[in-house]
Structures are given as C-alpha cells and as structure tokens.
Design a binder for this molecule. Structure first.
Ligand SMILES: Nc1ncnc2c1ncn2[C@@H]1O[C@H](COP(=O)(O)OP(=O)(O)O)[C@@H](O)[C@H]1O
Ligand code: SF4
Ligand SMILES: [Mg+2]
Length: 361
C-alpha cells in the first residue's frame, strides 16, 4: 500500500463543482441518508451519505441503474420523504418542513416532474385547469394576467397555438404533449429548482432528443437549477454540466459530464459507459433504449461494510470487501469512490499529473 500515490479523501469543501460556474448556489443536499424498514429486523439503505449542490442555470445528472436510489433522492429533495439523517439547504436556509406554510413555500421553489405524465395529471381536468391553479396560487395575479401567463407558459414549452391545447384533457394529448404540460405546470410555480425524474424514459424514442433539448432550453431561460435523473448515461452526457453516478444508494463517481463519460474512473461508470450502445452518438443510444449492465444490486442485502460494487467488480481485492471506499479526488472537479483508482483509472490519473485531462471549462 505504501507505494500508492496519495489521493485526497473526502474532498469536501475543496471540491469544485463543474456546475458552479453557471450560476449561484440554489440547493444543497448534505450527507442525506434514507433507510426503509423491511419488517422488524431489516433495513434497506436506499440512500447513503449523498451530498451535492445544485446551481441555477446548471444541469446535474444523477445516473444509475433501476433500484440505485435515484427516485428516493428526488423524493427527499421534494419533501415527499423525510431523510433518516442529513440536511437540505435552500437559498442558504436550512430546510425545515414541519409547518404547512414552510412546506408550501418550499414546494413552490422546488418542483418535481415525474417519468409518467399520465399519472401526474388529473384525467378529469383540462390543460387550462392544470396550469391555472399554480399560476393563481403562486403568483396572485389578476384574471387578465393569469391568462397571459398561461399563454406564455404554453409558448415556453412549445405547445402552440395555445388555444388548440388549453381545452384538451390529458387523454387527448400525445405522451410528449402531456410531458410538456407537466413542465409548464412545474414552471407556473416559478421554481428555482426543477427535479426531473426520468422525464423522457416513457416517451417515444423519436421525441426524446427534442424533449431533452426543451429541458436544456428551459433550464437556461428560467435559470433553473435542474437535477436530471436518468438510467441513461448518454442522455446525461448530452444534457448535464456535472454527472453524479449512483450505485446501491451511494455516489460512486462525480465530475464534469464530458470527463466522466469520455474517461470514466470508477469501474461501475466504466461498465455503464461500455454498455451504452454508442456514447458518442446520443441519437443511436436513445433509440436503442436502456443499456444492459446486468443485475442491479439487492440493496437489502448490500452490507454497509465494503465497497457496494465488490460483488460485480473484476478488480475487487480483499480490502474492497471489508472497507467502504470514500470519494477520493481524481482532479479538482472529479472524484470516485474506489480503493484501486491507481490501477483502474491509471490513465485518468496520468493525464491529471501531466496537466491534461483535468477540469475543462
Ligand atoms: N417506500 C419504500 N419502502 C421500501 N422500500 C422502498 C421505498 N421506496 C423505494 N424503496 C426501495 O429503495 C430502493 C431504491 O429505490 P428508488 O429510489 O426508486 O431507485 P431508482 O429510482 O434508482 O430506481 C429500491 O430497492 C426500492 O425498492
Ligand atoms: S473499491 Fe474495489 S470493488 Fe470497489 S470498485 Fe474499486 S476495485 Fe472495485
Ligand atoms: Mg426511479
């Protein structure tokens, strides 16, 4: 072990986010943990010590296989689940959602869009109804202003002419149109943070790229701090400034999207990138759908000791099964939780030492 070059552990405050240059800090998740009880004696550790920051005008992608804890992170940030430990800070204020008033105010600033727009829209109500409520509630505008605002939202999500859509019910719209209504409804609250949980994965492959481009556009235009959740690392590369790779409830690698996808450091990220159909060609990756990366971990049986990836990792050695690796800094904006980075990411580290492959801006 003594011949290993030393890599900083737990980068903490020295960590530079690739998203920070876009705009001011909006929301911070600090050491979030979420356990679910399974019967009397078992606990499932769905989220383990997850920390990150969302900046206005920037996209952070949370990437991982199904069951890795992504939606639980979104629910914690949206106030739909209570963390077992850890904290959330919004605009510099620690979040305490114990009063209804505080909860309402928080919810207007932090909006969540789901994978399935059908499930989140009320089948009994028109598009106009879905948008009018949040506009009136959040903005207290006069009647004329409300209609103008609704019109403007429809234009922003490219549902025009608005009159053709406002009177329709969810079942009269296509999947893509329904998701646009969900986006418009989220924006109606004038949020600073948008949490988008697999927002394109239920849509027809032919329109996914267009919807991602719309999200990108909305993020810049409204200076949203966007958390884009996906199992598809190719789409994360397309949309995000920074990528957080999640495995078994933990962040195992984080860094600038381009670096993480071009030269993944963690063995799990390497597997995700290798099994994406063609990381250089997003169109083809999106058309072919989900990547095949084998069986996701069973969180209930994933021990807290040791590296969660050790059962699937070709580089695993004894230490990996005994001690959990902390995030170790690979470059100023990049870190990975692996004991064997000197072996598995030697090229990344060599590039960093030679002054190449570091942060790109
Ligand atoms: N309310 C719940 N009660 C018990 N287990 C849950 C609950 N919600 C999620 N889980 C479990 O937590 C793990 C992470 O789930 P989830 O956050 O939905 O992952 P992802 O969104 O990455 O697919 C899964 O094993 C899931 O079964
Ligand atoms: S710590 Fe060990 S088991 Fe875990 S990813 Fe690194 S080499 Fe593989
Ligand atoms: Mg999910």
């Amino acid at each position: 072990m003594s011949d290993m070059p030393s890599l900083d552990e737990s980068p903490g405050d020295s960590f530079v986010s690739a998203a920070a240059r876009r705009g001011p800090l909006a929301l911070e998740a600090a050491s979030l943990n979420k356990d679910f009880g399974l019967g009397r004696h078992h606990k499932l550790h769905a989220v383990r010590d997850v920390s990150f920051k969302l900046y206005r005008g920037a996209v952070i992608a949370l990437v991982g296989e199904s069951g890795s804890g992504k939606s639980t992170v979104a629910k914690l940030l949206a106030g739909q689940e209570t963390p077992t430990s850890g904290s959330i800070v919004l605009d510099g204020e620690p979040v305490d959602l114990s009063s209804l008033r505080a909860f309402r105010r928080y919810k207007s600033k932090v909006q969540l869009v789901f994978q399935d727009p059908f499930a989140s829209l009320n089948p009994a109500h028109t598009v106009h109804y879905h948008l009018k409520r949040p506009v009136v509630l959040q903005q207290g505008k006069s009647k004329g202003d409300v209609e103008l605002e609704i019109d403007s939202l429809m234009t922003q999500v490219r549902l025009t002419p608005a009159d053709q859509f406002l009177g329709k019910y969810p079942h009269e719209l296509s999947g893509g149109q329904r998701q646009r209504v969900s986006f418009a409804r989220a924006l109606a609250a004038r949020p600073s943070v948008l949490l988008a949980d697999e927002p394109v994965s239920m849509l027809d492959v032919s329109i996914r790229l267009e919807m991602l481009s719309l999200l990108d556009d909305l993020c810049r235009r409204f200076q949203l701090a966007l958390l884009y959740i996906t199992h598809d690392i190719a789409s994360a590369r397309y949309l995000a400034d920074e990528i957080l790779v999640m495995y078994a409830g933990q962040i195992v690698e984080r860094g600038p999207a381009e670096e993480v996808t071009q030269q993944p450091a963690h063995p799990y990220t390497q597997l995700l990138v290798a099994s994406a159909p063609d990381p250089d060609n997003l169109g083809s990756a999106l058309r072919k759908g989900a990547s095949r990366t084998g069986k996701p971990p069973d969180l209930a049986s994933t021990a807290l000791e040791g590296c969660p990836f050790s059962a699937r990792c070709e580089f695993a050695e004894d230490r990996c099964r005994l001690e959990s690796p902390p995030l170790r800094q690979v470059s100023p904006a990049r870190s990975a939780a692996c004991w064997r980075l000197e072996v598995v990411a030697s090229q990344v580290l060599a590039g960093e030492k030679g002054g190449k492959g570091g942060t790109t801006s």
